[in-house]
Design a protein around this ligand. Structure first.
Ligand SMILES: NC(=O)c1ccc[n+]([C@@H]2O[C@H](COP(=O)([O-])OP(=O)(O)OC[C@H]3O[C@@H](n4cnc5c(N)ncnc54)[C@H](O)[C@@H]3O)[C@@H](O)[C@H]2O)c1
Length: 260
């Protein structure tokens, strides 16, 4: 895939993984719109890479629509959407549970992806395009450290898997990147714990490589893991017991290659 002249919208593009993707795509010739609640960092990144910045809180569907409109206004269309804005939860379901913060976390990590897809689709369908959602290893495995984070990331995984075949007819691919722990602000509270436990922490660059691999491979409905010490590839999901016909025969999934 050639990136020269492609238009990319990246939510959560002001810091961490989103910033890394923004810098890499801009370096390959893409025109990048950074969308974030962090206007200071977002504008600085945009200025640095010759892109543009739009203030966007992904919890609000109208702000996702405004971000897409800004990409079209500034750069004439839209080809790549990276729905990456996300936060760690910071509380569980015990005494520390806080319904208001819960809605906010789900609003960023799940609704932000749903609203982003919905807002981008009309533009992406015009000339074909690519959506990548940042899920997490926490969406593929149990995450006792942060169960609510696991819940919203697993929802993003399920959404992407289901949308892949639905959007193929429109020339739109939709995939997820599922990183393990990576060296960004989101792990600052427990980075030293990870290191002392011997848990490898990915560099942002290693994670960004996976987004490029997804775009270059051109598949859809895939969830690519990013794990230290091994190349990224689509996760093969375990074979579920159903659905089955009345006679007990298994109904073939859309893409059997995705199942292990
Ligand atoms: N770093 C990791 O270990 C790791 C692992 C797996 C998945 N992820 C996921 O990667 C994505 C990026 O996180 P990161 O690690 O780069 O963290 P980060 O904190 O460096 O970046 C997150 C970005 O999202 C922005 N953001 C937060 N709330 C927002 C909102 N309401 N609207 C728009 N933007 C908002 C922040 O301002 C920030 O720029 C997240 O979805 C995160 O869940 C991170």
């Amino acid at each position: 895939m050639e990136f020269e002249g492609r238009v990319a919208l990246i939510t959560g593009g002001a810091n961490g993984i989103g910033e890394g993707v923004a810098r890499r795509l801009a370096g390959l010739g893409a025109r990048v719109l950074v969308a974030d609640v962090d206007a200071v960092r977002g504008q600085a990144v945009a200025d640095d890479i010759g892109g543009a910045f739009v203030s966007c809180d992904v919890r609000d569907p109208r702000q996702s629509e405004a971000a897409v409109a800004e990409a079209v206004r500034a750069f004439g269309g839209l080809d790549i959407v990276v729905l990456n804005a996300g936060i760690a939860t910071g509380f569980g379901l015990g005494d520390d549970f806080d319904p208001e913060r819960y809605r906010s976390v789900m609003g960023i990590n799940l609704d932000g992806v749903v609203y982003g897809v919905h807002a981008a689709l009309p533009e992406l369908k015009k000339r074909g395009g690519h959506i990548i959602a940042t899920a997490s290893m926490a969406g593929l495995m149990a995450m006792p450290l942060d169960p609510l984070y696991g819940a919203n990331k697993a929802a993003v995984v399920a959404l992407v898997r289901a949308l892949g075949p639905v959007l193929a007819a429109d020339g739109v691919t939709v995939n997820a990147v599922c990183p393990s722990f990576a060296d960004t602000a989101i792990i600052s509270g427990f980075k030293s714990f990870l290191e002392s436990s011997g848990m490898p922490v990915l560099t942002v660059d290693e994670v960004v490589d996976a987004y490029l691999a997804v775009l270059r491979t051109g598949g859809t409905g895939e969830c690519w893991y990013v794990q230290a010490g091994r190349p990224s590839e689509p996760f093969k999901f375990p074979n579920p017991p159903g659905p089955r016909t009345g006679s007990g025969a298994r109904v073939t999934p859309h893409d059997p290659s995705q199942e292990g």
